[in-house]
Every structure is written in structure tokens, then in C-alpha cells.
Design a protein around this ligand. Structure first.
Ligand code: DSN
Length: 419
């Protein structure tokens, strides 16, 4: 019988080394990817537990496998914490991530070829909100809304006209690159007017909603979907919150329609993250994320960066870098070489292609989790400005990387063990 107890380092030094290097990279860089964060050590501990060994198809109290005496309470605690934190009638904590959560909404609450509405991907929406290369754009009649050409904000009169014209079954709100407040109430009124269900995908802003730094869609949305690892700062996972009347349809859509056994180690880690998110410290963090994003936006604007919609109300900033005579991909690569991690991103009405669009998307969640505050944003903006201007100067990028590394040492990264 083989011995399964040697450490990762002993069993697979190649993977061990790569994980070590990634840990060091996360420690030494300014991570500005708007969908990422540093989860707590407690969340990671739950994720790396023996719960990964257990199968539990079904729901608490109604499973297809024995040995659920500890799994059932774990899932029930996660459900109850989710309901209480967000004020929801019902919670399903089993979706493997955000896309499966959204898929469950489609298969649970609509029929193929039904009309749905969502923010178009190049304007900051998500693939699963009806984009053409995704199942949601292929199997449903997807009407994609765009942003106002002048303000780059959502124009609710236009949304109302579009909804009246197309009479959708589902209206999705939420996205991945919209830096402004979502007016859930106005969406709710429109959904009511046209007899649609309002689906709020709060994957990006869940932590802000939980911490009171963004209005909650719960009072008006029929269903709320989210990932658990972005501003919410939990493990990689997903959740669906809904009104009681949709609970059975949503549960059945997740299991048995789309998924098999839930990932119990993730469920436990979600429960831990939800406990953390109910604290006053988390509220302070959520508000600090927005303060940091606003301060960073201002510092960048002062250096001549062109910010889409002029700034931000949430955790993320979308930048048009083309005035610097550079495009999104080389700008992101240069920043990465300088120890500042972000992603290139389309901007509204972008004439360029997705693999090298005009913009960059940055976010303030990870740097806030490290303890950075408004007064540190000037330094971040200065390094970004220098790196983009020196995108072809490897020596200057390396110089910035070393400065960034030294700066980061003052802000210990949560859960990271680097000496
Ligand atoms: N990939 C996520 C993001 O970066 O926003 C969305 O699913």
C-alpha cells in the first residue's frame, strides 16, 4: 500500500515550488485584478480540509450518500449565514461558481429561446448574460443592452424602451466592468412593468453589498447570483439567493439538473467567509475598498488617465490607455513586469479586438485587504503612470518592480506565508 502521508514538497516538488513562487508573487505585487482578492487563512484552512473527501449529492436532510452528520450542519450553517447576511428568503450555496449559478437561473426559470436581456460583454456585462459565444446567447433570444455613448452609464429610459419592445422573461443586471452604482430599484420597476423576472448578478460587488457600501438588490430582485471570491473574499465558489417562490426551481436546477455533488470543502469555506463578512471589520473593509478605488481614480485622472465614465462608485476602474499611444495588452504586460497586476479590457464602443482592446480594468479589493488606504493610492498611480510610459524599457520596469516589492512589505498579504 502506498503511503499517502508525505508532504506536498516530498511528493511533488515541482508543484510545491510553483505554489511557493505564486505565493511569493502574490506577496510582492500590487494585485489590481478587479475580480480577485486575498482570502483569509481561516477560509483557506476550510478549503484545504478533509471535506474534499466527501460526497453529498442532494440537500441537507435529503442526501443520496451516508455519513452526512457533519456535512448537513456545515451546509445548513452556510445557507443560514447567506440568508441572514443578505436578507434573502432562500439560499443555495452549491453552485461551483458564478457561471453555473447563472446557468441554473436560465434552466430553472426560463425555457430555451425565451427572450432575456443583459449588459453586452464589451460594455462590461458577463458572458452568461447573453453574449453570443456563450450558451446564454446561443440557446436564448438574448437582447444585449449597451451604455450611453456620452456618459458611459446605464440609461434607464433606454432600458425601459428595450424591455417594453422585447418583453423579456429575464432581465439581468450586474457585470464585470461597470464602475458605477447599479440602480436595482429602477430595474425592478421596469421588470415589473414588462412582467420579467429581475436577476441581479452581484458577483463583483457582493462584498460591497454585504458591507453596506453598495445598495442591495435583495428588496427588488427575484433572484440574486454571485461568486464568493471577489469583493466577498471567500473561496472560489458561487451562491444563489432568491425569493421563496423560486427556491424549489433553483434547487432542482443546481441538483440534479446541472451539478452532482457539492464541493463540501468550498461550502465550509463559504460559511467561514460569510461569518467574516457579517463583522464590523468587514463593513470597514467594504467601505475602504470604495474609498481606495475613488482615491486611485482621482490620482490617475490627475496624471491624465482617461477614466471611463469619469471615475468610480465601486471597487473598479476602467481606463482607456490609448491616449498614451499604447493599447490594453502591452500596457497590462508592462504593468505586470513592473509588479502591478491587472487585465486588459474592452472599453465601451471599443474599436479594437478583445485580445488587444483599448483599456485596462483595475480594482481595489486586494490592496484594501492588505491594509492599503487612500494615502497609498498616489504611489500606486505613480508607478502605473511610469510603467505605462516606460512600457518598452525593461530596466525601468524592473526598477519599478523592486520599488513595488519593497512597498508591499509594509502590507502583509492575508494568508500568505512568505518570510
Ligand atoms: N472572470 C470574472 C472577472 O474577471 O470579472 C468574471 O467571471
Amino acid at each position: 500500500m502506498s503511503d499517502l502521508n508525505p508532504s506536498l514538497q516530498q511528493v511533488d516538488s515541482e508543484i510545491f515550488d510553483l505554489i511557493q513562487k505564486e505565493e511569493q508573487r502574490q506577496d510582492e505585487s500590487i494585485r489590481l485584478i478587479a475580480s480577485e482578492n486575498y482570502t483569509s487563512k481561516a477560509v483557506m484552512e476550510a478549503t484545504g480540509s478533509v471535506l474534499t473527501n466527501k460526497y453529498s449529492e442532494g440537500y441537507p436532510g435529503r442526501r443520496y450518500y451516508e455519513g452526512q452528520q457533519f456535512i448537513d450542519p456545515i451546509e445548513t450553517i452556510a445557507i443560514e449565514r447567506a440568508k441572514s447576511l443578505f436578507g434573502a428568503d432562500h439560499a443555495n450555496v452549491q453552485p461551483y461558481s458564478g457561471s453555473p449559478a447563472n446557468q441554473a437561473v436560465y434552466v430553472g426559470l426560463a425555457e430555451p429561446e425565451d427572450t432575456i436581456m443583459g449588459l453586452s460583454l464589451p460594455f462590461g456585462g458577463h458572458l452568461t448574460h447573453g453574449w453570443k459565444v456563450n450558451f446564454s446567447g446561443k440557446y436564448y433570444n438574448a437582447i444585449q443592452y449597451e451604455l450611453d455613448p456620452e456618459t458611459h452609464r446605464i440609461d434607464m429610459d433606454y432600458i425601459r424602451d428595450l424591455a417594453k419592445k422585447h418583453q423579456p422573461r429575464l432581465i439581468f443586471t450586474g457585470g464585470t466592468a461597470y464602475p458605477r452604482i447599479w440602480d436595482f430599484e429602477a430595474f425592478g420597476e421596469i421588470a415589473k412593468e414588462v412582467g420579467a423576472l429581475l436577476i441581479a448578478d452581484i458577483a463583483h460587488i457582493a462584498g460591497l453589498v454585504a458591507g453596506g457600501a453598495h445598495p442591495s438588490p435583495l428588496p427588488v430582485a427575484d433572484v440574486v447570483t454571485t461568486t464568493t471570491h471577489k469583493t466577498l473574499r471567500g473561496p472560489r465558489g458561487g451562491m444563489i439567493l432568491c425569493k421563496e417562490e423560486y427556491a424549489t426551481k433553483i434547487n432542482r436546477a443546481i441538483f440534479p439538473y446541472l451539478q452532482g455533488g457539492p464541493h463540501n470543502h468550498t461550502t465550509a469555506a463559504i460559511a467561514v467567509a460569510l461569518k467574516e463578512a457579517a463583522t464590523d471589520e468587514f463593513k470597514t473593509y467594504a467601505h475602504q475598498v470604495v474609498k481606495n478605488a475613488k482615491a486611485l481614480a482621482q490620482a490617475l485622472a490627475d496624471k491624465g488617465f482617461r477614466l471611463i465614465s469619469g471615475g468610480t462608485d465601486n471597487h473598479l476602474i476602467l481606463i482607456d490607455v490609448t491616449p498614451f499611444d499604447i493599447t490594453g495588452a502591452p500596457a497590462a504586460h508592462a504593468l505586470n513586469d513592473a509588479g502591478i497586476e491587472c487585465n486588459y479590457n474592452a472599453i465601451p464602443f471599443d474599436p479594437r479586438k478583445p485580445m488587444d482592446p483599448s483599456g485596462l480594468r483595475i480594482g481595489a479589493s486586494s490592496i484594501t485587504s492588505r491594509g492599503m488606504k487612500e494615502e497609498h493610492m498616489e504611489s500606486v498611480a505613480t508607478w502605473m503612470d511610469r510603467a505605462i510610459r516606460a512600457s518598452e524599457n525593461a530596466d525601468e520596469l524592473e526598477k519599478i518592480r523592486l520599488e513595488v516589492k519593497e512597498f508591499c512589505q509594509a502590507f502583509p498579504a492575508p494568508g500568505v506565508m512568505v518570510d
